[in-house]
Design a protein around this ligand. Structure first.
Ligand SMILES: Cc1cc2nc3c(=O)[nH]c(=O)nc-3n(C[C@H](O)[C@H](O)[C@H](O)COP(=O)(O)OP(=O)(O)OC[C@H]3O[C@@H](n4cnc5c(N)ncnc54)[C@H](O)[C@@H]3O)c2cc1C
Length: 332
């Protein structure tokens, strides 16, 4: 039996999950790969609790509910299109009629086709780039479980909406009264009203200060050295938790190194069949571009269905029938 899979999907946002479902329905073999620990893409990363009103057939659903519905639909197909998270591809090697994907942890996948459903690329938090940062476990880049900050000394770094909103949230909801913000500029890039609330809520503000050094031992950073950009005076602040809110960077990483892929406006240029300019590579959703492309869920997920239909035809050139109905497929 061939170990070359029919398809590997890079990215498990709404488009990747729906593509995996469509591929399973057509009995394809392959993988649904996600670089992060959580499957689900932007709806979970950026608007888990926000309502969406334009998802077909659904009057209103949160980002979380949309992903849950897609995942539930896909799950019966997950033995054929196997989900794997926390994967990082180190090399994409082109063989005569398939691709070999090599991963940093030693995993290897041979695949006839690659479907790029990587959204705007992997969204990674901007880090401080300071010595030992990666060793300190009390430096967070996302706020998930607020309870762990209860009555702790929390220092937020950054001057955007995230830092300001979370700092206010901590103070207003009695998570902790010991909250500071260190921001490298004088002006905040956040809603004025929320900046005013910071002062009302009793925040300690260090405006125009830059973090110079993390001071700690083993896995814990217990102080930070900050320097005033005006006076060049140093201050040492005690911390239980440091929350870095410098925003996210998007990177297509290894995908951007694939030779022969044509790009337009930072997206992969595709045909109406979702083919890229490279044989065997398809792209959908926020990763792709064509004239008239709209970056919304409904049309993007239609692209997943189109891509899978064309991958199926490519893999089965003698197959004459076109699938109009999922009823027959679902019985298999
Ligand atoms: C705040 C906000 C609100 C929105 N509201 C709406 C709305 O109301 N209605 C609507 O229709 N649309 C809305 N959208 C847009 C919608 O969320 C996107 O169109 C949709 O998420 C695109 O899906 P996707 O699968 O292409 O990409 P994404 O959702 O971005 O998922 C891509 C996934 O690929 C992963 N990935 C990246 N690189 C790799 C790699 N190399 N290998 C493996 N995995 C990788 C990422 O980690 C991510 O999980 C909103 C977007 C935002 C930001």
């Amino acid at each position: 039996m061939s170990t070359v899979k029919d398809l590997t999907i890079l990215g498990s946002g709404p488009c990747g999950i729906y593509a995996a479902f469509c591929a399973g329905l057509r009995n394809m073999s392959g993988y649904l790969l996600e670089v992060k620990s959580e499957f689900g893409g932007q709806p979970l990363m950026l608007y888990r609790h926000k309502s969406v009103y334009d998802f077909p057939g659904v009057k209103e659903a949160t980002g979380q509910q949309i992903v849950d519905m897609l995942w539930e639909q896909y799950l019966p197909q997950s033995k054929k299109i196997i989900p794997k998270n926390n994967v990082v591809i180190s090399h994409i090697i082109e063989k005569s009629d398939y691709f070999q994907l090599l991963f940093v942890d030693g995993l290897k996948i041979d695949t006839k086709n690659i479907l790029i459903a990587a959204g705007n690329g992997a969204m990674l938090p901007r880090t401080l780039n300071l010595e030992n940062e990666e060793h300190y476990l009390n430096i967070d880049y996302f706020v998930t479980d607020v309870e762990k900050y209860k009555n702790k000394k929390v220092v937020f770094l950054g001057g955007g909406d995230s830092a300001v909103d979370w700092a206010n949230h901590f103070l207003e909801n009695d998570i902790t009264k010991n909250v500071s913000i260190v921001h490298r500029r004088n002006a905040f890039r956040a809603k004025e009203n929320n900046v005013d609330n910071l002062l009302k809520n009793g925040i300690q503000l260090f405006k125009n200060y830059t973090v110079e050094k993390l001071i700690g031992e083993k896995n814990e950073c217990f102080q930070i050295l900050v320097k005033s950009n005006d006076s060049l005076l140093d201050k040492v602040l005690d911390v239980d938790y440091l929350i870095v809110q410098y925003g996210l960077t998007n990177s297509y990483g290894i995908i951007s190194t694939i030779p022969g892929l044509q790009w337009n406006k930072g997206k992969i240029l595709v045909t109406s069949g979702q083919h890229s300019s490279k044989e065997g590579i398809f792209a959908v959703g926020n990763s792709c571009y064509y004239e008239g492309k709209d970056y919304i869920l409904s049309s993007s997920m239609g692209e997943s269905a189109t891509a899978i239909a064309n991958i199926y035809k490519k893999n089965n050139p003698n197959h004459k029938g076109i699938f109009y109905s999922s009823t027959a497929l679902n019985k298999k």
